[in-house]
Design a protein around this ligand. Structure first.
Ligand code: SAH
Length: 215
């Protein structure tokens, strides 16, 4: 399924909607305008791809709602050349948004079939982040430090390993809470062991799973 004028038009409408909801960074909006979200979604839902809703992507996982993707990305203030670690590759859509914005992207997924599928699919659209199959709680110590770390699953707490993998001046954005509700949390590493924390409203993500509960 290729892109089409119809989908381009719907995408522009989605971008207008995100702008009305308060997304102001043009680089975020133009990345969303550039990426064919309908190609990331189960065929049955394809025609709804440009509604501001999350959707199933198979393996019991979801592609985040566009507003959530835009909100997290805006909070991260992505600059060209930023080295970004994403936890929870999922459909790969968020990784593409970061790549469109000129970031260098490392992305981790715990679910092996999803990891394999997305690692094959994204390059067919021209997007090539560095893919890893592994545990997001551990981050990627051998590739650290990162300018930005983005967690796209709901975490019960902030993993110390992720804070330790930030550059000084680097930023971690992570939804923290229980399985029903998480608070979008931004953590900036001011000095080696000094962090500033701000909260940015309530969201709902699929859980960041502890390795002991993996299937
Ligand atoms: N960023 C994705 C949405 C991710 S949904 C997108 O743009 O589509 C959250 C993802 O996190 C799921 O794919 C889930 O399998 C993955 N996940 C959950 N726990 C994890 C863990 N401990 N380590 C890595 N990935 C994990």
């Amino acid at each position: 399924m290729a892109d089409s004028y119809k989908y381009k038009g719907l995408r522009q409408k989605l971008v207008d909607h995100l702008r009305e909801k308060g997304i102001q960074q043009e680089a975020v909006l133009s990345a969303i305008n550039a990426i064919p979200r309908h190609l990331f979604i189960d065929n049955a839902f394809e025609k709804f791809a440009y509604l501001d809703k999350p959707f199933p992507i198979g393996s019991g996982q979801t592609i985040s709602q566009p507003y959530t993707v835009a909100f997290q990305t805006q909070l991260l203030n992505i600059k060209r050349g930023d080295k970004v670690l994403e936890i929870g590759t999922g459909s790969g859509y968020q990784a593409c948004v970061l790549l469109e914005m000129g970031a260098k992207v490392f992305t981790i997924e715990r679910h092996k079939p999803l990891y394999l599928e997305v690692r094959n699919f994204l390059p067919t659209l021209g997007y090539s982040p560095k893919f890893f199959h592994g545990d997001g709680y551990e981050g990627l110590p051998s590739f650290a430090p990162f300018d930005k770390i983005l967690v796209t699953a709901g975490a019960p707490f902030v993993p110390e390993a992720l804070k330790e993998q930030l550059k000084i001046g680097g930023q971690l954005v992570i939804p923290v809470g229980d399985s029903i509700n998480q608070v979008m949390t931004s953590i900036i590493r001011l000095e080696a062991s000094k962090f500033s924390v701000t909260e940015h409203g309530d969201f709902m993500f699929v859980p960041l799973l502890d390795k002991r509960s993996w299937d």
